[in-house]
Design a binder for this molecule. Structure first.
Ligand SMILES: Cc1cc2nc3c(=O)[nH]c(=O)nc-3n(C[C@H](O)[C@H](O)[C@H](O)COP(=O)(O)OP(=O)(O)OC[C@H]3O[C@@H](n4cnc5c(N)ncnc54)[C@H](O)[C@@H]3O)c2cc1C
Ligand code: FES
Length: 1236
């Protein structure tokens, strides 16, 4: 039986407590990941009704969320544990929810609160309400057990035998047919590599493959057992057997903790893992050093082979024969003198394939430290797991001491080679890990020897003790503090209260409809695109003849089919004569099904004539390849400034781009209405008006014929501002040509390939300062990689230049910026719009000043920060009073100074692990530098039953815009929230709406809605005044009876902003948002891994219309920032082919990456008269605060380098990956002559 999220609970029947709590605890924003979160938790609760926090986080390891930052999801699920709800932050038993303590931070003004939801309202969990496994299905399963199942598909036959004999016969008949158990390896090859298997054998119903038995010498485990079962078997064995026998088992368990996520572990089988033997599979090196044995069977009989390096390398004599299957795997017990360890380092702590892994085992002559046998295997180095066989052989007979270690490192680096051009890159890092792991093993063994023979061996030095073990981990704790509404505010007025997301319950029950959930339309066709495989080339020909012959293919669409304009001025929807990046859309195939469209697309042949591409910023600078002119802002006198300083430093930094990785990929459904050239376009976009405009111009019809609709978007982050219009044009042209509805939903890899992302930035600085650390002059140059078309790059470089100062007053500052034109996919808007890149750049040179002066970083930051009322470099007035308030509050709340001392003390005690702490200030600007981009409109109807329908131009991206809008309408009309409804954003109801972006969507649309509601309320006033004691419904009926219009439009003209680039001056932004974050991390100097320990954020959100929504935005953006600065790395081949096209190669933060302690405080008693109800837009600001983690890591690296006498100045580029961290912590291992 398959239970889906709809089956767990629904609004039509009963909402399950998991769904209810997730929604009420604000665990969903865009809601696209929410069903997955619900199902992971549901599966866990069905198996463990009162799970521990460890089990909960493990259950969520395999789920990704791009919006929430996971904190509210973890908090929700905490409520299902038997563990205390209180945070116990102080370890004193004192609770974070202690009102007295919370209140003390707001001596004036309203009370502070820390509760974003009311757990007392949660429905209790009632296991008797759960579905039972349908007995009918059990009966059917038992009956089916006796017969072979065969399913014939179009291209594949799937056979599921019932017994071993039958399986072996099938394997003899179809030796090439894979045995598919979990399908996590075969399935990926079929989906991503296009591998076709005419026959697939499914052996999971065969009891022999599920055997589990404890023998005298070890454990025998059936090959079809899944990895989750393997874990449970090993846990049991470890608890029952003496410790010395279970060393291999415990090592396997350690690897299983981080191997994939629980979903994969519950599917992937032991046999499948062993046979698919990917180079980075984590169990194989351990099984091999454990001398595991594979029991094989074929029609000709049975035999046993060792699972060793030769098997893993696929040597013919050591491998399975095509007609053989693995029945079971024997894992022997370890012995007393065995020492076993395993290591892995991945780009993310969990649910990421290892960069390098290893299994190591040494066996000593009894009661000595003389090596009798040594076995070392590494994964991630070649195409298979490799063994340091020869090195191990040479080391036999040697004593376990430092000389042996030196020799071992030399031998291993000599034996295990990795060419400089090895696939996957990171060559030096991977080679460093070989010896770093070896060193860890050496120490672990020494430690073990000492434990076994306390009098015979010396203690491990304190220095070396710090290399042992994993990061210490503790349960997640969090706190969210905000100011309560005025006690006089009527309870019915929802403004200022943490109201649940308007679609929260629907997200959690799976009822929320996204673009691709819209039911199929009659005669609907599916579209897929064929994209350029060249970075820069002339299109010589497009041959679609083969594609058109494919079953189901209806047509192939090219630029020639466009009746009107091909895209916009700057960007084509379909390439015409030339392609300018890999991934550019050349043509589209429409077919009766999605699969047929994809098969058709494979048959389109395009001939190119290559042209020289420009790929990097450096290339673009060399070739003078730019969009637009230099953007420049200057204040003071830069030359004079440099003359008056004590010291000048210069440097460069590279900051990588970022993939939006919204969970809902781009999606559009175009439905011709069949008359008057009308067309409905359902689209996942931030800008419906732009979609309408481009589709109309492509079809050469008036905009009034194109109706664009967007109910909700499954995450956008700027990535759906401009690009969806082109996808809509592609589909609309196909719909126009065929006269049929067309559905076009991008696969994840297509979306990542085509759409571009955040602009990489290259910055150069020259900074002059006094010995006291006062920065007097800074000359800054910034270059961004715009990619192949302009898109929003001009605006991004303008923002880079305008926002370079971040929180600092630099009296003499010159900033120049250029957008580089290259042959990469066109980069576009991304949360923060250039500021996250330039902010990190600025903080890097401020940090360099601190390093150079030797003064504390926080001191340099503080003395250079804006204070009170100032002018920005472009002469806009700036009152930075709240910046300093946030700074002080954050210093205090994070207990920065005493924790800094604790960090220093930790670092003194730990040579191989270091902690770092950093506090980073932020001045963020919201909105756009032109008034027209802030305008907004709304349409509000009151129906005669009193219900209210609100429409406005903003789009729900997960940021809670409609929730806030409903709160505003409720307050203005003075009706309960439940009376107000929002249906969809549409160009039909609100025309010419401005893109939902720039953090201001909710407030400007809120102003328009407020205006409409006030107009309506005014119209109703005479009637209300006549009958003040009446009910809303009565007034509405009365008004209708007196012919009072119950519908009104509302409008907001926009904040007055402007920027004059000729003078470099202007009132560029409506207002500023201030924030400060303090983060603490720990790094492992030998592997480059890091752990986020604690983050405290203080944000000046002024009066928050909805504290739950705003805090959710801050937390989610912060974690997205942590991803940007520490792990999300986009890689291209030298030819411009993007390598990172999916979650396997591109890592966004997962549950394991959030700080163990995560606290957000909204600065109290702060007001912003500019925005509605004195609020502030904070959708983007939090992202930059993720840089506090970058600088905390930098602080830890600096401590390493100081201790080792390395140069105090060093450059760290972003993202600060495991590779960069490891290589910056230079030591004996990175410097080994044999390494290079
Ligand atoms: C998202 C994801 C994350 C992952 N992360 C990790 C990770 O962090 N660490 C890690 O080590 N691995 C990881 N993996 C890989 C995973 O461990 C393997 O894909 C999995 O173990 C394969 O098992 P399966 O049952 O799904 O194999 P299948 O795909 O079903 O089969 C794989 C192969 O094994 C053969 N086979 C299966 N059973 C037998 C048998 N009894 N006899 C003979 N041949 C057999 C099949 O013929 C086929 O060729 C990840 C995979 C995915 C999809
Ligand atoms: S709410 Fe999780 S991805 Fe949007």
């Amino acid at each position: 039986a398959v239970t889906t999220v709809e089956g767990v609970g629904s609004t039509k029947t009963r909402v399950h407590p998991i769904q209810e709590r997730l929604a009420k605890c604000h665990g969903s924003q865009c809601g696209f990941c929410t069903p997955g979160m619900v199902m992971s938790m549901y599966a866990l609760l069905r198996n463990h009704p009162e799970p521990s926090m460890e089990q909960i986080t493990a259950a969520l390891d395999g789920n990704l969320c791009r919006c929430t930052g996971y904190r509210p999801i973890i908090d929700t699920y905490k409520s299902f544990t038997g563990e205390p709800a209180c945070c116990q932050l102080r370890g004193t038993g004192q609770c974070c929810l202690d009102k007295e303590d919370v209140c003390s931070s707001s001596d004036k003004g309203n009370q502070m609160r820390s509760d974003l939801c009311s757990p007392e309202e949660f429905q209790p969990v009632d296991p008797t309400q759960e579905f039972i496994f349908p007995p009918e299905l059990m009966r059917m399963a038992q009956e089916q057990q006796k017969r072979t199942l065969v399913f014939h598909g179009e291209r594949t036959t799937w056979i599921s035998p019932t017994n071993l004999r039958e399986l072996l016969e099938l394997k003899a008949m179809y030796p090439k047919a894979p045995l598919v158990v979990g399908n996590t390896s075969v399935g990926l090859d079929m989906k991503l590599e296009g591998v076709i298997h005419p026959v697939i054998i499914h052996p999971t119903r065969i009891p022999d493959l599920h055997v589990v038995s404890n023998t005298n010498n070890g454990l025998l485990i059936g090959a079809a057992c899944c990895l989750a079962q393997l874990r449970d078997i090993l846990i049991r064995a470890v608890s029952e057997l003496p410790e010395e026998k279970t060393k291999i088992f415990r090592t396997l368990l350690q690897q299983l903790k981080t191997l994939a996520g629980e979903q994969i572990r519950s599917l992937a089988s032991l046999g499948g893992h062993i046979v698919s033997r990917g180079s980075t599979w984590d169990l194989n090196p351990v099984l091999a050093i454990g001398n595991s044995v594979l029991s094989l069977a074929s029609k000709d009989g049975t035999r046993q082979i060792p699972l060793n390096d030769h098997f893993l390398a696929g040597y013919e004599n050591s491998d399975l024969k095509p007609e053989e299957v693995i029945v079971s795997v024997f894992i022997p017990y370890s012995g007393k003198d065995d020492f076993v360890s395993a290591f892995r380092q991945a780009e993310r702590q969990k649910n990421a394939l290892s960069v390098v892994n290893s299994g190591m085992r040494v066996l000593f002559k009894a009661n000595t430290n003389i090596i009798m046998d040594l076995n070392i295997l590494y994964g991630g180095i070649g195409s298979t797991t490799v063994s340091a066989r020869k090195s191990c052989q040479r080391l036999k007979g040697r004593q376990w001491n430092e000389q042996m270690l030196d020799e071992a490192c030399k031998l291993v680096l000599g034996e295990i080679s990795l060419s400089p051009s090895a696939p996957g890159g990171k060559v030096e890092y991977r080679r460093t890990l070989l010896v770093s792991f070896l060193f860890k093993f050496y120490l672990e063994v020494l430690y073990g020897l000492k434990k076994m023979y306390p009098t015979k061996y010396p203690d491990l030095s304190k220095k070396n003790m710090s290399a042992l073990g994993e990061f210490h981990s503790e349960a997640h704790q969090s706190m969210q503090i905000y100011q309560d509404v005025d006690p006089g505010q009527p309870p019915q007025d929802p403004v200022g209260r943490p109201i649940m997301h308007q679609s929260g319950i629907k997200h959690a029950t799976g009822e929320a409809v996204y673009c691709n959930d819209i039911r199929s339309v009659d005669e609907e066709l599916f579209l897929t695109v064929v994209t350029s495989s060249r970075a820069h080339a002339k299109i010589v020909s497009i041959d679609a003849s083969e594609a058109l012959k494919m079953p189901g293919v209806v047509d192939v669409i090219t630029a020639k089919d466009i009746p009107g304009k091909n895209g916009s001025e700057e960007e084509q929807a379909y390439a015409e004569d030339e392609v300018i990046c890999m991934g550019q859309i050349v043509c589209a195939v429409v077919a009766e099904s999605n699969v047929q469209a994809k098969r058709g697309a494979e048959k389109v042949k395009i001939k190119y004539e290559d042209l020289e591409p420009i790929l990097t910023i450096e290339d673009a600078i060399k070739h003078n390849s730019y969009f637009g002119e230099v953007k420049k802002v200057e204040q003071g006198n830069i030359e004079e400034g440099f003359k008056s300083v004590d010291e000048i430093i210069e440097g460069e930094i590279h900051i990588g781009g970022q993939e939006h990785f919204y969970l809902e990929t781009n999606s559009v459904l175009v439905v011709p209405r069949g008359e008057d050239k009308e067309m409905d376009v359902h689209v996942s976009t931030q800008d419906a008006a732009r979609v309408q405009e481009l589709v109309a111009s492509a079809l050469d019809v008036q905009s009034s014929r194109i109706m664009c609709h967007s109910k909700r978007v499954g995450g956008a982050f700027g990535g759906k501002m401009t690009k969806p219009a082109f996808f809509a044009v592609v589909a609309a042209v196909a719909a126009h040509k065929t006269g049929r509805p067309v559905r076009f939903t991008l696969e994840r890899d297509e979306d990542m390939l085509i759409t571009g992302g955040r602009h990489p930035l290259f910055g150069k600085y020259k900074v002059g300062f006094t010995n006291e650390g006062r920065i007097i002059a800074a000359d800054i140059e910034c270059y961004i990689n715009a990619g192949c078309t302009l898109d929003e790059s001009e605006l991004v470089i303008e923002y880079v230049v305008l926002k370079t100062d971040n929180a600092y007053k630099i009296p003499n500052l010159r900033v120049r910026g250029r957008a580089c034109k290259t042959n990469l996919p066109s980069n576009t808007a991304f949360r923060g719009f250039g500021f996250p890149q330039v902010g990190l750049f600025t903080e890097s040179w401020v940090a360099a000043v601190a390093t150079q002066t030797g003064l504390p970083h926080e001191k340099i930051r503080e003395i250079n920060m804006y204070k009170g009322v100032n002018l920005t470099p472009f002469k806009e007035e700036l009152d930075a009073t709240n910046l300093m308030k946030c700074w002080k509050e954050c210093m205090e709340k994070s207990e920065y100074h005493c924790r800094k001392i604790a960090v220093e003390e930790f670092n003194k005690q730990n040579y191989w692990k270091k902690k770092g702490i950093a506090i980073i200030p932020m001045k963020f600007t919201v909105g756009f530098n032109a008034t027209q981009y802030h305008q907004a409109a709304a349409l509000v109807h009151i129906y005669t039953d009193g219900s209210v329908l609100v429409t406005h131009g903003g789009i729900e991206l997960g940021q809670g815009i409609h929730t806030k809008i409903l709160q505003i309408a409720s307050r203005e009309l003075k009706v309960p929230l439940s009376y107000v409804h929002f249906c969809e954003t549409s160009t039909v109801t609100v025309p010419n709406a401005i893109v939902t972006a720039g953090s201001i969507g909710s407030e400007v649309n809120g102003k328009a809605v407020q205006n409409a509601c006030q107009i309506l309320r005014k119209r109703l006033e005479p009637i209300i005044n006549k009958n003040p004691e009446g009910k809303w419904e009565d007034w509405v009926t009365e008004a209708h009876g007196h012919s009072v219009s119950l519908s009104a439009t509302g409008y907001f003209r926009g904040y007055v902003t402007n920027m004059n680039w000729d003078t470099g001056e202007g009132n560029a932004f409506p207002y500023f948002v201030f924030g400060v974050a303090c983060s603490e991390v720990e790094i492992d100097c030998l592997t480059g891994g890091h752990k986020n320990i604690r983050t405290d954020i203080v944000m000046d959100a002024c009066f928050s219309i909805n504290p739950a929504v705003d805090i959710g935005q801050i937390e989610g953006a912060f974690i997205q920032g942590v991803g940007l600065y520490t792990m999300e790395e986009i890689n291209f081949s030298p030819e411009g082919q993007q390598y990172t096209l999916g979650p396997d190669t591109y890592k966004i933060p997962a549950v394991c990456d959030i700080p163990e302690q995560f606290r957000v405080y909204l600065l109290p008693n702060s007001r912003n008269p500019m925005a509605i109800y004195s609020s502030k837009g904070i959708g983007e600001a939090g992202l930059f605060l993720g840089s506090s983690v970058f600088f905390a890591i930098r602080d830890a690296v600096a401590a390493v380098r100081k201790e080792r006498g390395l140069t105090k100045t060093f450059t760290l580029n972003s993202p600060l990956t495991v590779e960069q961290i490891r290589m910056a912590c230079a030591d004996n291992f990175t410097e080994m002559p044999w390494l290079h």
